[in-house]
Design a protein. Structure first.
Ligand SMILES: Cc1cc2nc3c(=O)[nH]c(=O)nc-3n(C[C@H](O)[C@H](O)[C@H](O)COP(=O)(O)OP(=O)(O)OC[C@H]3O[C@@H](n4cnc5c(N)ncnc54)[C@H](O)[C@@H]3O)c2cc1C
Length: 394
């Protein structure tokens, strides 16, 4: 359990056993190297392969493709345990919870047989390349193009902020198959990193999550065969992305909450130890009240996230409810890290303290994977739709 204050009823003894294994793996194979990865701006390939061998990558991939065919709660265990200790370097969740599900759902048999076993073992690392310098929230503005030829498609353009961009072997790349600002103008392509014309740009310097590589990618007449058009039909990119959104956003909510719980746990330990004015920091009512406020928010978050996990497992989670979970948990994470950092005083501002890293890392959660403003648009759109009210959401 991450938080002892609230019993969780979702997990079976098998999940709990897996959680113990994952914790041991992180203690032995992730945490001792994380500072070094922070310096280098990328994690080792070795940790991916070891995580694969430990069953931590793509646990839900079916057995016929080399996976464990496990339920989504096994994925949740991995994400929570990584998040709880601030192990933000390895981009496992993008690979396991975003890229692999696209391949599983929309890939053809050859692609699935080729890539999924390697995704599971950690011998191939994947990423999703949607964002461009001029197009993030408004993906219809993207300018990367895919021109059809007799042999397949030729991609030209540029992507930015791509997680696993330096280390990835294969990317789902969004490109326009129709030069229009339209929902059906975009398609997804599977692009292998050793394809001629594909190059990686800078490993971008960020304010947090420094061990996770975030990269520019360039496409200069990159030729891919017809089969690499994901799903085999042009113009389906948006619809394919929408399909995965509930899982992606729930994944972010799971992780945001676990990160917040981890920071809270560290903060409680710190204030119990810190002395000032002949007292413990815990003796000040301000400290007690701040901790009570954070704890209450974490409890609210736990109730929501666990309930939505149930809904997801039952196949009932809607995109707008997942958006609400992403919105609330990431905003709550921002409040939590700020309150906790304040209780650490100047030490909280020092990079060597996990709370400083957690503070910096938390900031991106309200931006990436759909910003808070985009989440609000999705939620309000669904409300107006239910009430049959017309409004301009362009
Ligand atoms: C560390 C990191 C990792 C990332 N990883 C990936 C990745 O792996 N793959 C990938 O494709 N992308 C990735 N991204 C990109 C991320 O998804 C985008 O940054 C995000 O979608 C926002 O796009 P943008 O940066 O272009 O900002 P913009 O879209 O330009 O947004 C600017 C501002 O406008 C606001 N806004 C947007 N829409 C509305 C609206 N309807 N109403 C009011 N305000 C609005 C935004 O909330 C924001 O405040 C990553 C980004 C970061 C920082």
């Amino acid at each position: 359990m991450i938080q002892d204050t609230m019993p969780r009823r979702l997990f079976s003894p098998e999940h709990d056993m897996f959680r113990d294994q994952v914790r041991r793996f992180i203690d032995a194979e992730v945490l001792p190297y994380h500072d070094q990865w922070d310096e280098e701006g990328v994690v080792s390939r070795e940790v991916w392969e070891k995580a694969g061998a430990a069953g931590m990558l793509c646990p839900t991939v079916p057995e016929e493709y080399g996976g464990a065919g496990a339920d989504y709660l096994f994925s949740v265990v991995v994400m929570e345990e990584m998040a709880r200790v601030g192990a933000s370097g390895p981009g496992f969740s993008i690979h396991s919870e975003m890229a692999a599900p696209y391949l599983e759902r929309f890939g053809n048999e050859d692609q699935k047989s080729l890539w999924l076993p390697k995704f599971v073992s950690g011998h191939a690392i994947s990423g999703i390349a949607l964002t461009e310098p001029g197009a993030g929230s408004d993906l219809r503005r993207m300018s990367t193009s895919a021109r059809k030829t007799n042999a397949g498609y030729v991609l030209n353009g540029q992507k930015v902020f791509i997680s696993n961009g330096q280390i990835g072997d294969v990317f789902f790349v969004a490109a326009k198959t129709k030069d229009e600002y339209a929902t059906d103008s975009m398609s997804l392509f599977l692009v292998e990193a050793d394809t001629p014309g594909f190059t990686r740009g800078k490993n971008l310097k960020k304010i947090g999550a420094k061990a996770q590589d975030t990269s520019e990618l360039f496409f200069d007449n990159v030729e891919v065969p017809h089969e690499n058009l994901v799903g085999g039909e042009e113009g389906q990119g948006f619809f394919q992305l929408i399909h995965g959104l509930a899982r992606e956003r729930l994944t972010i909510a799971v992780s945001s909450l676990a990160k917040s719980e981890g920071v809270f746990r560290d903060t409680v330990a710190y204030v119990a130890d810190r002395e000032l004015f002949h007292k413990k920091l815990t003796d000040f009512q301000n400290t007690q009240f701040k901790l009570a406020e954070v704890h209450t928010e974490l409890t609210v978050g736990r109730c929501m996230v666990d309930r939505l996990l149930e809904e997801y497992v039952e196949g009932e989670l809607s995109a707008e409810t997942a958006a609400a979970a992403k919105l609330w948990t990431t905003e709550m994470q921002g409040r939590t890290v700020d309150t906790c950092l304040q209780l650490f005083g100047g030490w909280g501002y020092m990079w060597e303290y996990p709370v400083a890293r957690a503070y910096a890392e938390a900031r991106v959660e309200r931006i990436a994977g759909g910003s808070s403003e985009v989440m609000k648009s999705i939620i309000s759109k669904s409300l107006f739709k239910k009430m049959d009210i017309r409004a301009d959401f362009s």
